[in-house]
Design a protein around this ligand. Structure first.
Ligand code: BMA
Length: 391
């Protein structure tokens, strides 16, 4: 991003001194650092060249990098499944901060936070974009983000979200959790002490019911208050290097009213996203599954394009993929055929769990979708790290 920051900033100066000053003023007014503002400017403009490819935890571990259990793998500096396959890093890498709220040194996916911080900075330094999600625990029950089997949370008279809001029994405890999150985010700095810009994506997939902040576990007002409280704590901590993504799940369909039902507001959100996964119902063929996914995601992205224009926000598929990639031409025939139709900034696939048989979303050497992924990589409109550094 250093390069992007420099080039965008240079372009601003050359093209229009006034608009540069305006943008600088706007960034400061919004409490955003110039680097964060440049990241946002880049996300707003990049879709004219194509869309960026992203992968979760791309440089932390890979599908084949296993050493016994998931929790005891060996980190190999610089290795990345996507790069092993196509010779280039994803343009955007996502990291998850679950368990930072507990003050733990390991994330919920058994990755040391020190390593996450180091890899965030490393990707930024190589010219890439960094985004973060937060699968935090349940402050009411002590369970995980996933509430479906959390009987303590489900049976409690006080709902989890209500419990963390002002007046709730966990409000004070939750401020500590937010402060731990803020401390980590504020610590992601280059060796010169510059905080790197991060696209933060809290409270995602809230249109579903699987997380404790999901639709059936709080009212729209409470959900918006959760965002406001989160922003207040992060803003107060001085986290001016963050920009924010809103990412409902596919349940919103093509209906902008549903999409925006719990929207925290234009002042709190910078990018409009959707998390969209392909899956097959029992007995469903790949052909039918691909067609259903394409139809649903195209409908959502058409709606999102209109909403993005209206709210003046860039749009992206903040999570996507087909677990195990069982269709070998998925990259060109499904992913690209959808993403290339819409002005999306990026599409990001989820993680390749260490050694897991099915829980992987990007190819690794030997995977049957590798030849198709290389075709996908070679398309002019798919932007990987080298493409965004050229700009
Ligand atoms: C989910 C799964 C989980 C993981 C979580 C956060 O979708 O991959 O195994 O803990 O994301 O990375």
């Amino acid at each position: 991003m250093k390069f992007i920051h420099f080039t965008l900033f240079t372009v601003f100066i050359l093209m229009n001194m006034t608009s540069c000053l305006d943008s600088e003023k706007a960034a400061v007014l919004k409490g955003r650092s110039l680097r964060a503002d440049s990241l946002l400017a880049y996300l707003r403009s990049s879709s004219s060249d194509g869309y960026m490819f992203g992968h979760h935890d791309a440089t932390l571990y890979g599908r084949e990098r296993v050493n016994g259990e998931e929790r005891s793998w060996t980190f190999t500096e610089g290795r990345c499944d996507v790069r092993d396959v196509c010779g280039d890093y994803p343009a955007i890498i996502s990291f998850d901060l679950g368990h930072i709220e507990l003050g733990d040194s390991l994330s919920l996916d058994f990755v040391p936070f020190d390593m996450i911080r180091k890899e965030m900075v490393a990707h930024y330094r190589r010219g890439g974009i960094v985004t973060a999600s937060w699968h935090l625990n349940n402050p009411l029950s002590g369970g995980s983000s996933w509430i479906e089997n959390d009987t303590a949370a489900l049976n409690s008279k006080e709902r989890t979200v209500a419990s963390v809001l002002e007046g709730g029994s966990n409000h004070d405890k939750f401020q500590v959790w937010l402060n731990r999150l803020a401390d980590f985010l504020n610590s992601v700095k280059t060796e010169d002490g510059e905080k790197i810009p991060i696209l933060f994506r809290p409270w995602h997939e809230h249109t579903g019911n699987w997380f404790w902040w999901g639709a059936s576990h709080c009212t729209p007002e409470q959900y918006v208050d959760l965002w406001k409280m989160t922003r207040k704590a992060l803003d107060k901590s001085g986290a001016d290097h963050l920009i924010y993504a809103y990412s409902p799940g596919m349940e919103c369909g093509g209906d902008s009213v549903i999409y925006l039902e719990r929207y925290p507001g234009d002042d709190l959100v910078d990018l409009l996203g959707v998390d969209a996964y392909e899956y097959l119902d029992e007995g469903m063929s790949l052909k039918d599954g691909n067609a259903r996914y394409a139809e649903n995601l195209n409908t959502i992205l058409s709606m999102l394009t209109t909403v993005g224009l209206k709210h003046d926000k860039p749009v992206a598929v903040t999570e996507m993929g087909f677990e195990g990639i069982p269709y070998e031409r998925w990259w060109t025939e499904v992913a690209d055929s959808i993403l290339s139709k819409h002005p999306v900034a990026y599409g990001l696939v989820w993680r390749n769990v260490k050694g897991d048989v099915t829980h992987h979303y990007a190819p690794y050497p030997g995977h049957s979708s590798v030849p198709d992924f290389i075709e996908f990589y070679n398309l002019k409109r798919t932007l990987f790290l080298k493409d965004i550094c050229k700009k």
